[in-house]
Every structure is written in C-alpha cells, then in structure tokens.
Ligand binder design. Structure first.
Ligand code: TMP
Length: 210
C-alpha cells in the first residue's frame, strides 16, 4: 500500500472578539482550493463527547468553577477531540483547521487564571505528546475593542464577561508564545477591517503553507 502523507494541523487563536472564527472558513477554502481534504473543528469541542464537555465548561455555575476544574475539563475535551477527530483525520491525510487549541490553555488557564507552567506542560505532554500545529494564526486585538465586539454579538460565555485586565494577560501570553515560536506562529493584526485581516491571513498561508 502506498504510504499516505500525514495531514497538517492549523490552528487559529486569539482573545475574545479578535474575529478569528470569521476566518476559519477562509483558511479551509484556501486549502481546499489546493486539493486538500479538510476537517474544520474547534475547541473546546470538536467531537460529540468534547462538545458535551464544552457545554459544561462554558456554562455559568452558581457554585462557581475553580481554576483546576476548568483546566482539567479543557484538557479532557482536548483528549477526546484528539482521539476521536484530530488524530484520525491527520492519519487519513486530511488537514485539520481548528478554532482554538493548546495555546488557548496557556493563555487563558495559564496567564488568565494563574495555573503554573509545570502543570500546563505536564498536561500538554500527557494529552498531545509531541503533536504541534504546523501553523498557528494568532489574531491580536486590544481587549477593549475585542470585548466590545464580543458583547455586541450578544453571545457571552464566562470568558467574554471577564474584564479587560484578564484579557490583557491573555493577550500578552499569546503574543509572547507567538514570539517564542516564530516558525509556527504568525501574528495577525485583528484591529484592522475585515478585508485587511483577510489579506493578512492569505499572505500568511501563501508564505508558510504554499
Ligand atoms: P469560543 O472559542 O467560542 O470563543 O469560546 C471558547 C472559550 O473557551 C473562549 O472564551 C476561550 C476558552 N478556552 C479556554 O479558556 N481554554 C482553552 O484551552 C480553550 C480551547 C478555550
């Protein structure tokens, strides 16, 4: 049997209201136009079990949800997503475009909630092994603008009701991670208009994946 090429994992990341979700379709279309089979997915979620965990982790619980529970639910969802959606797709040679992935845990649970790096690293090693996205687009926008955009869409989850100081920590963590991994990450200036952002995305795809 001819050996099948492993697919590529491409992720989109950013704080609330950075507009990344509007560009997932653009990335998918770009890959499909180049003859790739593409699986579009998201985190938390992306498989029936992981989507069920998403409902739990994004809900507002009257008893509150402590940082460790949140962290473990994010990684539980990721583990199911990897086992049932991402790894089978990559093994079948399909590209996978994922709206949020591991960097979100470092940014939100790490910088946002204060979980220590050693714990994030241990969970990353357990759940991902050595899997890394080949490309991560980091949509960067000032928290004040992002939060306003997110609220004007009217879909508020627990994170979208966080204040700007939380989102600024998330933002700085994303920027720091992107700057530490320039081969993997491309920062997209998401405070620009839609067309400008689309051009930045297409440029990054041409430069890095063509
Ligand atoms: P969204 O992707 O629909 O915007 O919502 C998902 C929320 O979950 C978002 O506010 C960020 C948060 N999140 C984390 O806190 N950690 C994670 O690892 C992931 C994937 C998402």
């Amino acid at each position: 049997m001819p050996s099948m090429r492993q697919g590529r994992l491409i992720t989109l990341e950013g704080g609330e209201g950075a507009g990344k979700s509007s560009h997932v379709g653009l990335v998918v279309k770009w890959l499909e136009a180049r003859g790739r089979e593409v699986v579009r997915t998201r985190e938390p979620g992306g498989s029936p079990l992981a989507e069920a965990i998403r409902q739990i982790v994004l809900a507002d619980w009257s008893e509150g949800i402590d940082a460790h529970t949140e962290l473990l639910l994010m990684f539980a969802a990721r583990s199911a997503h990897l086992a049932n959606t991402i790894r089978p797709a990559l093994a079948a040679g399909h590209d996978v475009v994922c709206d949020r992935f591991i960097d979100a845990s470092w940014a939100y649970q790490g910088a946002g909630r204060g979980i220590e790096d050693q714990h994030l690293q241990a969970l990353q090693t357990l759940v991902l092994g050595d899997l890394q996205p080949v490309l991560t687009l980091v949509f960067d926008v000032e928290p004040a603008i992002g939060l306003q955009r997110a609220r004007s869409r009217g879909e508020t989850n627990r994170f979208e009701s966080e204040r700007s100081v939380f989102m600024e920590r998330v933002r700085q963590a994303y920027l720091q991670r992107a700057n530490q991994s320039p081969d993997r990450c491309e920062i997209i200036n998401a405070s620009k208009g839609l067309e400008d952002v689309q051009l930045q995305v297409l440029h990054a795809l041409e430069e890095r994946l063509a």
